[in-house]
Design a protein around this ligand. Sequence first.
Ligand code: SF4
Length: 455
Amino acid sequence: MSGIFGAFSKNGKPVLEEVYLGLYALQHRGQECAGIAWSENERIATAKGMGLLHNAIKQEYLTQKNVDCAIGHVRYTSLPGSQLHNVLPIGANYARGAVAIAHDGMITNLEELTLQLEKQGAIFQSSTDSEAIIHLMAHKSHMLPLDALIDSLRKIKGSYAVIVLLSGMLIAARDPWGFKPLVIGRKDENYYAASESCALDIVGAKLIRDVEPGEIVVIDDKGVRSLKIQHESCRGMRCTFEYVYTARPDSIIDGVSVYEARKEMGRLLAEQAPCPGAEITAGMPDSGTIAAVGYAERSNIPLEMGVVRNRYVGRTFIQPTQKVRNLGVKIKLNPISEVFNNKKAVVVDDSIVRGTTAEQVVSMIKDSGASEVHLRIASPPVIHPCRYGIDTRKEETLAAVRMTLSELCKKVGADSLEYLSEKNLTAAIGLAEDQICTACFSGKYLEENELKAGA
Ligand code: SF4
């Protein structure tokens, strides 16, 4: 999972600081490293580093540069490889000029492509998906750069949203199924591409629209053009986990407010899994809070902000090791005993992936005096690995795979445990069933023939 942001100024205004701010708004999508790339004297220049954006890149350095087109990236990796050489954007000066690429997603035929390219003489400097795109372009140096990029995107499979800096153009492209979110925004003569619309808000830009699945949006001096990577695929695979957990609630993805979707998940959860006799509703901050608002509203069980989150600690799910995850929950969340003391509480969380957070949270809430803790999860059980770029790829690590519902309830120490159904999740998001991906809940992956249909 990553966050990407690009900016282009038609009237030559400096944009580097805006790219920095855009990435700042997308920090929740990746905290391991950050990078920004721009073109300087017809070569790619970068500022990169490890850790949170403000540690990785010096903001003052960017304000000294007069650059009118730039792209940036914040990264969380589901694969090993947290090293500086893997920090995106990756840039190169190939035969046809300077190119820099940042992507969110996972190319599923990367191994096959890498082998092929290496046989043809390519030497890889990183283990990133973006570098494969650059090598594919370099092998098409007889083509115009934009054509070479389109040709390369046609060869890759899997999930991706990419932002490219190429020959004075800002290019944004989304895979044919739309797994990863990508939006276009505008402020006066400045255009932007971003993983989420919340990053447009920070630079004062208005959301124009989503990049459509399979679309390439080209922004340059002449304006905005739309091209197609592949022919239209009628099947969409927009990631539902974006609405459940990943995206910020102040973002709008594919026309759906993440906030409204989460609140509706809570309302439908209250109808589907009521908790008679509960005295308070509490949400797990931050991504369970909004579903808890919906649950409390529909069930008429008063909402209390019973669990306080230390805002200076990263999301536990995003930390790379189990040891850090375990520590993360304890240092991140603290229940208020005055709220829970002697109360029967219904506690709403967004999801259970490995079960680490749920177990510790229930135990902390019980320690703070709650007489009963009933856990309600605003998404279905995660029982399948994601093949499209989220870190849940080992089935045996998933709590709902390792245990039955009653075993898991016992393990986390809750008095009852219930999940939102897949049908209600789909209804809460409001997009058509054949336009969303629910594979990690349902196992409905893209079939081989559907993969081919998008190719
Ligand atoms: S499998 Fe789950 S996490 Fe992966 S893209 Fe589909 S909905 Fe999103």
